[in-house]
Design a protein around this ligand. Structure first.
Ligand SMILES: [Zn+2]
Ligand SMILES: [Zn+2]
Length: 262
């Protein structure tokens, strides 16, 4: 990799991160509220009606403004990571033979689990009355989250979130491909969690596997009830620490009956 200045990386990453945001959030918005204003998946009738309503432009504009600011923070974090890598002071590696191949998968899973744990606890902290207003209120301005909300964070929250990646590259050996896989997971998951109300199959919360993952219905509850559903990728910590809504499981179909609950 040719060495460039920190400022060069900062500007380059800002452009990439912002383009990624507009393409992904804009594309998903068009998909949900534009030509494809219907979901092929079954859902309760009231939810179908609600999901067809496009979110107000006012809240989308607010989310976009905040996302541009947080993109600056994420770009600075990315520039820090690349500059530190070039100085040879991180545990990032490019030679795939340095560790066994299976380590790529294990290190990816470990990073995702650690990030989920980190996010759960700092997210609970953000909701402390002393911090909420300046650290996290921006993300909660949209009661009805949209793909545009996926990167809408107040600057202090964006800093705390990006600190995780900046720190982990000094702790766990990660291949560059693993870092890219983590970044793609973060990006896609952030958009999926902000699709609004139920967008996934209606039995998602009950399936033996998907019950362990958050999703649009899970995270939409957090945007309405601040004391519930702090998880990022997994429902594990919410289940363990009693912050999962009991009604979350009721919103889907009864396990024994194919009838949809009303
Ligand atoms: Zn929150
Ligand atoms: Zn959210």
């Amino acid at each position: 990799m040719n060495d460039h200045s920190f400022a060069f990386y900062g500007f380059a990453f800002f452009g990439i991160i912002l383009a990624r945001y507009f393409i992904l959030a804009g594309g998903t918005h068009l998909f949900l509220y534009g030509v494809f204003n219907q979901s092929p998946l079954p859902a309760r009738e009231d939810e179908i009606n609600q999901r067809r309503l496009p979110p107000p432009w006012q809240s989308i504009r607010r989310d976009i403004k905040l996302s541009i600011v947080s993109s600056i923070v994420f770009a600075l974090a990315a520039a820090t990571i690349v500059s530190a890598y070039e100085l040879g002071i991180t545990r990032l590696y490019a030679d795939v033979d340095r560790y066994p191949l299976w380590y790529l998968g294990v290190s990816y899973a470990l990073a995702i689990i650690l990030q989920d744990t980190y996010f759960y606890f700092v997210h609970r902290l953000f909701h402390h009355p002393l911090l909420f207003r300046w650290w996290h209120q921006g993300h909660h301005r949209s009661n009805q989250p949209t793909p545009w909300t996926s990167f809408a964070f107040d600057p202090p929250e964006a800093i705390v979130q990006s600190l995780f990646l900046v720190a982990i590259i000094f702790i766990i050996p990660l291949h560059l491909i693993t870092v890219i896989a983590i970044l793609i997971t973060m990006t896609v998951w952030a958009v999926v969690n902000h699709l609004g109300i139920e967008r996934l199959p209606i039995n998602f919360p009950h399936h033996w596997c998907s019950r362990w993952f958050t999703g649009p219905a899970h995270h939409a509850i957090h945007h309405r009830h601040y004391a519930l559903h702090y998880g990022l990728y997994f429902t594990f910590w919410d289940k363990q620490l009693g912050t999962q809504s009991p009604s979350y499981m009721d919103t889907a179909i009864d396990k024994k009956s194919p009838q949809v609950r009303t």
